[in-house]
Design a protein around this ligand. Structure first.
Ligand code: SF4
Length: 348
């Protein structure tokens, strides 16, 4: 692998911060929700992809080995879908200590009730309780604060998000405004950059079981790295219209999970809908066709993944190089932050 990385700081491009929690391999929900978008934008913006291992530990603190192992897996998934290591940077969150420092400073600026009101956090807490019966830790409740530090430490101009991440981003913007209003210069100049939000136009991808969310912890995902056989097996289990019992029964594609995937993977989705409604299409054939459509799109991704997977050391070198570059930016931002907080002691 011959990677000659361009230096992001040397360009005047605006910067994107995005990322993934390394709690498992990435799936087709990630592909449509964020990966395709970041790949499409990477030549227009300096792109930093955070491998958010510290954030992953907020709910996987009991299994740090899993998080560590998935840092490489998530890096592989990003490269597999077309993240270009010549222009984009993969960054390990835990190796940028400035993020943790900024998180501490931010945590004075947000109230507990504000964190508890965050609708996404509320939903996640309810899900966690129903799955594991656990009460919520301080770290988990505070992850939007650490996310705000992730974004602002790199002076990100733009953060592409899905709808469920909007409340977190609004919280980031609030924190930046509050921080700048208290610690900014007398002339009104801010210390931190307030990021813009780019909302993903893609609707959330349903789980195979019909759940409104495809999730690693929900056991209802098709992974980018699944083999063609596994994809076929999984698709056969996907939820269809429960009222369509026989092949000739008219179906309702609008309630069918299989059809929701056809809309993403099959160019002839409109005809599929017509055939379903008229009773001219059976669910088994429909699923077999879907498996072929998904495999057609995943095959090049699998091949690219296999290329990088056979070179794990090279991939980790890329990640460490990206992390070093990101660390240099974080250092500069934190120096500004500390100056604003009168914490810029000199011990020389
Ligand atoms: S025919 Fe296809 S679209 Fe219609 S209900 Fe069955 S699986 Fe869904």
């Amino acid at each position: 692998m011959n990677q000659t990385q361009a230096t992001p700081q040397a360009t005047n491009q605006k910067r994107i911060l995005t990322g993934d929690r390394p709690t498992g391999k990435l799936h087709i929900g990630h592909l449509f929700g964020s990966l395709q978008q970041r790949v499409a934008l990477q030549h227009q913006y300096q792109t930093f992809v955070l491998l958010a291992d510290v954030q992953a530990l907020t709910d996987h603190f009991h299994n740090p080995a899993l998080v560590r192992e998935n840092v490489l897996e998530v890096a592989l998934d990003n490269l597999a879908v077309g993240l270009d290591p010549n222009v984009s940077r993969l960054v390990i969150q835990s190796q940028i200590p400035q993020i943790a420092e900024l998180t501490v400073f931010f945590s004075n600026l947000v109230t507990l009730s504000r964190l508890q009101q965050n609708p996404t956090v509320k939903t996640e807490i309810a899900e966690k309780r129903s799955l594991f019966g656990e009460s919520v830790t301080y770290g988990f409740l505070g992850y939007p604060v650490s996310q705000a530090a992730d974004i602002t430490i790199f002076d990100a101009d733009l953060v592409p998000v899905g709808e469920d991440q909007l409340p977190q981003l609004e919280q980031t913007r609030e924190l930046v405004r509050k921080f700048n209003s208290i610690y900014g210069k007398a002339d009104g100049a801010g210390i931190l950059k307030e990021p813009q939000i780019q909302l993903s136009a893609t609707p959330r991808v349903r789980g195979l079981d019909g759940n409104s969310k495809m999730g690693k912890s929900l056991g209802n995902a098709v992974y980018l790295s699944d083999s063609s056989v596994t994809v076929g097996e999984k698709v056969l289990t996907a939820l269809t219209d429960p009222l369509k019992a026989r092949k000739t029964d008219p179906g309702r594609p609008e309630v069918c999970t299989v059809f929701s995937y056809h809309q993403m993977f099959s160019p002839n989705a409109p005809e599929i809908a017509l055939e379903c409604r008229s009773g001219a299409r059976g669910c088994v054939d429909c699923k077999l066709q879907l498996a072929r459509s998904i495999n057609t799109q995943l095959e090049p991704i699998r091949q690219t993944r296999a290329f990088y997977q056979s070179r794990p050391k090279d991939v980790m070198d890329l990640v460490m190089e990206g992390t070093r570059e990101a660390g240099a930016i974080a250092e500069v931002t934190l120096a500004r932050v500390k100056e604003g907080l009168y914490l810029n002691y000199g011990f020389d």
